[in-house]
Design a protein around this ligand. Structure first.
Ligand SMILES: Cc1cc2nc3c(=O)[nH]c(=O)nc-3n(C[C@H](O)[C@H](O)[C@H](O)COP(=O)(O)O)c2cc1C
Length: 353
């Protein structure tokens, strides 16, 4: 029986570690999802196929993404690291990701550039020796002292297969003392894409990426886009809930529903950039959402908060949650007559209602 990471006492040292501990606690315990804005997946239904001509047992979820061979098109989205509780959650996520042969991202590694002593909370390669692991840094940090060598350092520490840069202008704007100089980032992202030995992926954190921004990113060399759209975790809400001053609370509340719904991001980016590898995330709850994302052109589907909540419960709860998602995905494939995840897209069996 694994002990649940203690969220009650926030035994952390620096403001950045304190912030991470609060984020974790709120995302596990409070309702910080978008309410009015939805992912948009509910506007789609699969056309049921009463005669699939398939053996369920032969349905194959294996996919390739950025050259990685995976047992299923699933990603545990970037979340945490930097505190003892976060370290335990990361190890649970890593062990289950390895068991299921799916991809895992860690949370922003900026904290370990300032506090190298927290490196062990991100050191999960031993738990997950053969799966793709994704390093993570806020793109805005490229304007606050991080460059190619810092990115190389966090990649090396994780033994990562790719670097994710996250874009979070709303969160930084809402957060008192947030890093708000987003000028000149595109050029710096391009330099990273040309200098680093691993692919660079860019994601949002729950407010979505539009087709024009995606195109700019791809033009400077970004290998894949994770839309991280609206309809799931709302970072404005999280920041409102932990606000220590009226300004952060007001802004967080006002912008709680801001963002481009996940399904719309996918439709628009896939239409504009049909050959760009896409990751769908932001508000996905189950295997039907995953299937809809794949049918709209995503190559991988990512979940964050639902998997964090399961991982907080126990490693077994997390493994079961992922098993159910994969079983739901297989059921969609079966009931649409699709033998593989790629067939979901090729058969055009998703209809707008
Ligand atoms: C506790 C927590 C911490 C997060 N920290 C990061 C982070 O450090 N870097 C990042 O790119 N995204 C971070 N995210 C955002 C997620 O990767 C994801 O984009 C977002 O939560 C939307 O997905 P969801 O609706 O499935 O939660 C975090 C999410 C959660 C729940």
């Amino acid at each position: 029986m694994l002990v649940q990471p203690n969220l009650g006492t926030l035994l952390v040292n620096s403001p950045i570690e304190q912030r991470k501990a609060e984020h974790l606690k709120l995302c596990i315990q409070s309702d910080v999802s978008h309410q009015e804005v939805t992912t948009g997946f509910e506007k789609y239904r699969f056309r049921h196929c009463a005669l699939p001509e398939l053996d369920f047992a032969e349905i194959d979820l294996r996919v390739e993404f950025l050259g990685w061979r995976l047992a299923a098109p699933l990603l545990i989205s970037s979340m945490t690291g930097g505190t003892p509780q976060a370290g335990e959650i990361n190890r649970r996520l890593a062990r289950v990701a390895q068991q299921k042969k799916i991809v895992m991202g860690v949370g922003s590694q900026r904290v370990l550039l300032e506090h190298p002593e927290v490196a062990t909370t991100f050191a999960i390669r031993r738990e997950a020796p053969t799966i793709p692991l994704l390093a993570n840094l806020g793109a805005v940090q490229l304007n606050y002292g991080c460059g190619v060598s810092e990115c190389q350092k966090i990649i090396d520490l994780l033994e990562a297969n790719a670097l994710i840069l996250h874009l979070n202008p709303l969160q930084e704007a809402v957060q008192t003392g947030g890093d708000r100089n987003f000028k000149g980032l595109l050029t710096k992202i391009g330099v990273l894409c040309r200098s680093l030995p691993v692919p660079v992926i860019v994601k949002e954190v729950g407010n979505g990426i539009s087709a024009d921004v995606a195109k700019q990113l791809v033009d400077v060399g970004v290998a894949a886009i994770d839309v991280a759209g609206a309809g799931g975790t709302s970072w404005a809400k999280v920041e409102a809930a932990r606000a220590q001053d009226a300004r952060q609370q007001f802004l967080g509340d006002t912008f709680a529903e801001w963002g481009i719904p996940t399904a719309r991001c996918l439709e628009q980016i896939h239409t504009a950039l049909p050959d760009t590898p896409l990751i769908a995330s932001g508000g996905l709850k189950n295997g039907i959402d995953v299937a809809k994302a794949l049918a709209l052109g995503a190559g991988l589907a990512g979940l964050a908060r639902p998997l964090l909540q399961a991982a907080h419960q126990s490693e077994e709860a997390l493994a079961q949650r992922i098993d159910f998602i994969l079983e739901e995905l297989k059921t969609v494939l079966f009931c649409t007559g699709s033998a593989t995840p790629q067939a979901l897209y090729q058969r055009r069996c998703l209809e707008r209602i």
